[in-house]
Write a protein that binds this ligand. Structure first.
Ligand SMILES: [Zn+2]
Length: 520
């Protein structure tokens, strides 16, 4: 058993888990909704593939991280002790998923004339900033690939020793066909090896690997390669796919409960993770595989090449040509939660604006509910009509847990919360008698609304959301000022600085052409 779980004694303080209806999750591996049973009672180990920090985090990734933030929050609400690991990929990610092309970090470092670690630092900080704006909780461990080179080398060596990998000219390849003779390689996406082979190109004379689907565990580095480490096979760097296997084993054990990520990772990255862990430890690494669906814009898949991929900052500032206005991080978070994480999420100005109105309505109801003191001493309503309302409110409040336990269905949770809004507004407007709800029902409504709004859905007050709008606006002004300076348009750049200064906001020019701002 893994150290984490070994050291955690079972206590009797987890009554919540047993009294609440059981949690069901959709497992991509079995393609069914299953009752969730953790390996170690009351504890959950969860691993989510984090960002590759060589550029700004894209919105599809944000959706994945927001979805797993909700899952993490709900597991904690259920009373589980959760170890939530989300990695930072800061080495070894090549442009092609199958070890082709340039190293993303080296390429960007050359382009921006920075050290690769400066690229990593810059985009890690940017990523954390966006995650904070979306009000996601930090994971309990955020390991970086470069901090776990030894573990990755050891794992590759073990796989070689077990006979599932081979070395060619300083590069270590995983032997997919050999592995597939014993275990189904395409198990996660339910595909046979023959079908997978059809989708890959024939090997040419220059290829070192034996099989078309073989992938690198360790890659030989040429002298021009900026990031490289010594290994038993010479200087090199890890393949992208091995870091998650090595780090999940280190922090969660050879088998753990939940592995998550975007569904685009299932076919290659996660498929390879399963193969490596099986080949290394002879055990299936993960009990439940959870995948988030993709984003579309007006019905078209979001992608850089289609020109419809906007960054979070562009949403916050409204600076993308497809956006009619800016949308606050809370607005975007709420908008995402209105769709279940396994369904496609379609962005449009109309939908974002509808979400903005919806969040405002819900938040206002929540605020008035929070401030309301229930004056009654009633244990049950006096007449039939009131009893009916009381029963309806109790049922809707009870449904919140039921819906979250049904594969984290935030869409249904929000729909039920909206059904409660007219009741809350009637209480506020005094259009229903205060005796209409029993004390118990009112108190449960008040308590559960708070838990859902803040603790599980992770929503924040509108005024805090306005603050994020200011962040977006300032970023926009800084971008305009940078452009003006580039064009030597000092009239515009000085105007922005001076007028902001009059408003009590100072802009500081940093050495590298960057600008920072602060409220005086
Ligand atoms: Zn991963």
């Amino acid at each position: 058993m893994h150290q984490f779980f070994q050291s955690c004694q079972h206590t009797a303080t987890t009554a919540k888990i047993s009294i609440m209806k059981e949690l069901k999750v959709y497992n991509s591996l079995t393609r069914t909704k299953e009752v969730f049973t953790p390996i170690t009672r009351d504890h959950v180990g969860i691993y989510v593939c984090g960002p590759t920090v060589y550029s700004d985090v894209h919105l599809g990734n944000c959706r994945t991280f927001i979805s797993f933030d909700i899952i993490y929050r709900h597991l904690k609400y259920l009373g589980y002790k959760v170890r939530y690991v989300r990695n930072i990929t800061d080495a070894g990610h090549l442009e092609g998923d199958r070890d082709e092309g340039d190293d993303k970090f080296s390429k960007k470092a050359r382009l921006e004339q920075l050290e690769p670690m400066e690229i990593v630092q810059k985009y890690t900080l940017g990523f954390h900033k966006v995650m904070a704006l979306f009000n996601t909780l930090p994971p309990t461990i955020e390991p970086a690939a470069t901090g776990h080179i030894t573990e990755q080398i050891q794992m590759a060596q073990q796989i070689i020793d077990n006979g599932y990998a081979y070395v060619v000219n300083g590069t270590v390849y995983f032997d997919v066909e050999k592995y597939n003779k014993e275990k189904p390689y395409g198990i996660l996406t339910n595909r046979k090896l023959e079908d997978l082979l059809e989708g890959t190109r024939e090997l040419g004379g220059q290829d070192e690997k034996k099989g078309r689907l073989d992938f690198a565990l360790w890659i030989k580095a040429g002298p021009e390669h900026l990031m490289q480490w010594p290994s038993p096979w010479g200087m090199g760097f890890p393949g992208w796919h091995i870091e998650c296997s090595a780090m999940s084993e280190k922090y969660l054990g050879k088998q753990f409960d939940i592995h998550g990520g975007g569904m685009d990772l299932a076919a290659t990255h996660h498929t390879n993770e399963i193969a490596k862990s099986q080949a290394c430890y002879h055990t299936s690494p993960v009990r439940y595989w959870l995948h988030t669906n993709m984003l579309t814009v007006n019905g078209v898949r979001m992608s850089k090449s289609a020109g419809n991929g906007f960054l979070p900052e562009e949403l916050f500032s409204g600076s993308h040509p497809l956006l009619e206005k800016s949308y606050s991080p809370m607005n975007v978070r709420f908008f995402m939660l209105q769709t279940h994480y396994r369904s496609t999420l379609d962005f449009s100005n109309e939908a974002l604006q509808a979400a903005e109105k919806g969040l405002k309505r819900l938040w206002e109801a929540y605020e008035s509910l929070t401030g309301f003191l229930w004056p009654g001493t009633l244990t049950s309503p006096a007449n039939d009509m009131d009893r009916e309302l009381d029963a309806k409110v109790s049922k809707l409040v009870g449904k919140l847990d039921e819906d979250m336990n049904d594969d984290f269905n935030t869409a249904k949770v929000l729909a039920n919360m909206f059904e409660l809004v007219p009741v809350i507004n009637s209480i506020k407007d005094k259009t229903i008698a205060v005796t209409a709800l029993s004390n118990d029902t009112f108190e449960t409504l008040q308590k559960q609304f708070k838990i859902y709004m803040e603790d599980i859905l992770g929503l924040k007050s509108i005024s805090e959301a306005d603050n994020a709008k200011l962040q977006g606006t300032m970023q926009l002004l800084i971008d305009i000022r940078k452009e003006a300076k580039k064009k030597k348009d000092f009239v515009t750049s000085d105007k922005i600085r001076n007028q902001l200064s009059q408003l009590g906001i100072s802009i500081k020019d940093e050495k590298d052409g960057e600008m920072s701002w602060s409220i005086e």
